[in-house]
Design a protein around this ligand. Structure first.
Ligand code: FMN
Length: 211
């Protein structure tokens, strides 16, 4: 299959410093709003890159569940591969591939676990099936058959047949605390607009990058 000549012109409006919010979270919020309004599939899906002590970059998709000036939050299993890598090196990069809008946003920063209260609140808001699923999966561990997983589902359903499903001790959120944002807008003839926000002691330095 020849995919070398697959390309598309980016006919989008430009991005100017004057139109950027001084606060990257508010700029992100604007673009997130645009992605939702445009009906993009799962606009909160983001690639999460981590690197453990072996130095080999790792990548997977997770869902953004909350963001504010403190950072961007996702939830996962605290014993998963990503969790182990974040323990070894608590830094990550995120990428929102909003290709339908000719945009991408990249975030890099330090990572911390969210408070137990925050995880509890989010866990309680999840559908029961997802709550049970969190108990069932030893995420990222090898399993010899799907049958074993289904057997575990039955056991867990029985165990929590009455009442609420509690938050597993091995499950919760992480917050990526940004030290850099990049907002990328595709433009014709590959002369794309790129702006980065770099965290300073007293705010954010905003600068244009070459495409
Ligand atoms: C659209 C999409 C959304 C996902 N959201 C999450 C999520 O929010 N949390 C999560 O732990 N895994 C999520 N996954 C699964 C992860 O991509 C990944 O397979 C899993 O977290 C195990 O990753 P790890 O072995 O690198 O730790 C999602 C996958 C897709 C395709």
């Amino acid at each position: 299959m020849d995919i070398g000549d697959m390309r598309r012109e980016f006919e989008s409006e430009g991005l100017d410093r004057d139109h950027l919010d001084d606060n990257p979270t508010r700029q992100f919020e604007r673009w997130f709003h645009d992605a939702r309004e445009a009906g993009l599939l799962e606009p909160n899906a983001m690639s999460l890159a981590t690197t453990g002590s072996d130095g080999l970059p790792d990548l997977r998709t997770v869902l953004l569940k909350y963001f504010d000036d403190q950072g961007l939050v996702f939830y996962t299993n605290y014993q998963s591969r990503k969790a182990r890598e974040l323990e070894e090196n608590p830094k990550a990069a995120l990428l929102f591939p909003w290709i339908g809008l000719n945009r991408q946003v990249i975030v890099q920063g330090r990572v911390e676990k969210v408070s137990k209260t925050e995880s509890l609140k989010y866990f309680a808001s999840r559908p029961r099936g997802s709550q049970l699923g969190a108990w069932v999966s030893e995420q990222s561990q090898v399993i010899t058959s799907r049958g074993l997983l289904e057997q575990k589902v039955a056991e867990i359903k029985q165990r929590f047949s009455a009442g609420e499903v509690p938050l597993p001790s091995f499950w919760g959120g992480y917050r990526v605390i940004p030290q850099r944002f990049e907002f990328w807008q595709g433009r014709p003839s590959r002369l794309h607009d790129r702006f980065e926000y770099l965290r300073q002691d007293d705010g954010w330095l905003i600068q244009r990058l070459q495409p």
